[in-house]
Design a protein around this ligand. Structure first.
Ligand SMILES: C[S@@+](CC[C@H](N)C(=O)[O-])C[C@H]1O[C@@H](n2cnc3c(N)ncnc32)[C@H](O)[C@@H]1O
Length: 483
């Protein structure tokens, strides 16, 4: 047999015969089963009595959702709610539907009514359901529950991220994605990456993990902040939407405006600055990042207020503050991880170690230990302490942080971007501050495939908005051509 080349396989994958709803159903058929033998049932698992579910039904209705994806269908309880709410709605149900979850149902049934378990069924009914699951498995039982909707419910039996990619390849337009799989951020990220215009929503807002942490709430809040989305919640349910002007209203009162109040609400942490010696560590190959083009702009344009997105340990922020004595830097960074191990590795890497050449091995070890003990935030601000009057730490993610600054009517003349190489930060910076000079780092940073990601992003952005790009090694600045 001749081997099909990878290129040819890709052609098959993208060919028209694999596209569209009809072919999705062809390739994901309903299982052969006697659909009359078990009485369909609704099993409200997870949060009792569908708490807050009306918020999702409203999102479906208000946004004229025609096609939605449900990740984590189990036995179809929620799917029926969506399908009953709109007679022309199509639900693509994504689940592995492996095994039978008889034990899980029995366990859930032990939770008290009104809590996390199954509150609406009698013990006999629950036992009966367990028996069906054991005998027929999750998949068939779910399909049996949804039999009446077989023209509008399309089962896709795959892992979430892979299923979403498959839908994208098939050019399926998706208006809303409901995420109720395992409580992790990757499904959300993939959904948003592939279907950026789809409304994202889900449940488990108040679900506590074994340590009592509201895990899903933390995931959703961080995801919303990173992607500049608004969260609306109702009991267990959350919905993410693109921000509306309305959301900023509560920040536009005088009490929340201006630099004084920005400082008031973003105070420096209280810690013993004396115990760690400040150090100057920039991930700039020991001054080889071409940052002099940024310094020149700061001076030539007499910049008084700038935002730095991605401060890390303050290396570049210190550079700007030293080069211009009346400059104020608003430093945006979540400082939410501990990068001790990353620094230890970088200091040994043949290329990255250049940034550490001013330090002895003992000094690097000391930095690593301090970060491990005190965290990125404390060590970064300790490094910035001599600039306490000219550095405002804003512990948030861009682009949400930029929306926050704008709502507070902070004038920003320059925005320097040195974060996670995403076009969103640049686009939002321009949308909110069209007159600010936009610049940043990572011009020559290659991803795992050798692609110069930030350079591509900046060039595409410059072309779309009529900017000229100046670059030097890692640094770049966007200029508006003289009229
Ligand atoms: C390469 S480091 C910055 C290095 C620093 N500018 C210097 O030269 O010393 C990247 C930083 O970006 C931060 N970061 C990542 N995503 C961000 C976001 N969406 N908003 C703000 N900061 C972000 C990380 O926490 C990290 O501290």
């Amino acid at each position: 047999m001749t081997r099909v080349s990878a290129k040819r396989r890709m052609q098959y994958r993208y060919s028209a015969v694999n596209q569209g709803m009809r072919n999705l159903l062809r390739d994901n058929p309903w299982p052969d089963f006697d659909y009359g033998s078990i009485e369909p049932f609704v099993l409200p698992l997870g949060s009792s009595r569908a708490a807050g579910i009306d918020l999702i039904l409203a999102a479906i209705a208000d946004h004229n959702v025609v096609t939605m994806v449900e990740i984590g269908v189990f036995v179809g309880g929620r799917s029926r709610r969506w399908l009953d709410s709109q007679e022309d709605l199509v639900v693509i149900g994504v689940d592995m539907w492996d095994y039978d979850w008889d034990d899980y149902v029995a366990e859930a049934a032990k939770f008290p009514t009104g809590s996390w378990g199954i509150s609406d069924l009698s013990d006999t009914e629950i036992k009966e359901i367990g028996g069906h699951l054991r005998q027929h498995g999750n998949f068939r039982v779910c399909m049996n529950n949804l039999d009446a909707y077989r023209d509008r419910f399309f089962p896709v039996r795959r892992i979430a991220s892979e299923a979403l990619t498959n839908l994208k390849d098939r050019h399926i337009a998706v208006d809303l994605i409901y995420v109720d799989g395992f409580r992790r951020s990757t499904d959300l990220e993939k959904a948003h990456e592939l279907f950026p215009d789809a409304i994202l929503c889900g449940e488990n807002w108040q679900w506590p993990d074994s340590e009592g942490r509201l895990a899903m709430q933390e995931i959703v809040k961080t995801f919303a902040a990173v992607n500049g989305l608004e969260v609306e919640t109702s009991e267990q349910v959350w919905v993410l939407r693109k921000p509306t002007a309305k959301a900023d209203l509560n920040l536009t009162t005088a009490a929340n405006q201006g630099l004084t109040n920005l400082r008031r609400d973003n105070p420096w942490p209280e810690f013993d600055h004396g115990t760690i010696k400040p150090f100057h560590l920039s991930l700039d190959g020991n001054g080889q990042a071409g940052r002099e083009i940024i310094e020149k702009i700061l001076i030539d344009k007499d910049i008084k207020t700038m935002v730095e997105v991605g401060v890390f340990l303050g290396g570049s922020a210190r550079q700007w503050l030293k080069c211009k004595k009346d400059l104020l830097v608003i430093g945006v960074d979540p400082w939410n991880h501990n990068w001790a191990d990353y620094l230890a590795d970088a200091s040994k890497d043949p290329v990255q170690s250049r940034s550490f050449s001013a330090f002895t091995e003992t000094e690097v070890a000391e930095i690593v230990t301090n970060i491990r003990d005190h965290g990125n935030f404390q060590v970064a601000l300790n490094n910035m302490r001599e600039f306490q009057d000219r550095f405002v730490p804003v512990r948030r993610f861009s682009p949400e942080a930029l929306v926050y600054l704008k709502a507070r009517q902070i004038d920003v003349e320059l925005i320097y971007i040195d974060a996670f190489k995403r076009s969103l930060d640049l686009e939002k910076a321009y949308e909110l501050y069209p007159d600010a000079i936009l610049c940043g780092d990572d011009w020559l940073w290659p991803d795992a495939n050798g692609k110069l990601v930030m350079q591509d992003i900046v060039k595409a952005f410059a072309a779309a908005h009529g900017f000229e790009v100046e670059s030097k090694r890692q640094s770049w600045v966007l200029h508006k051509p003289a009229a």
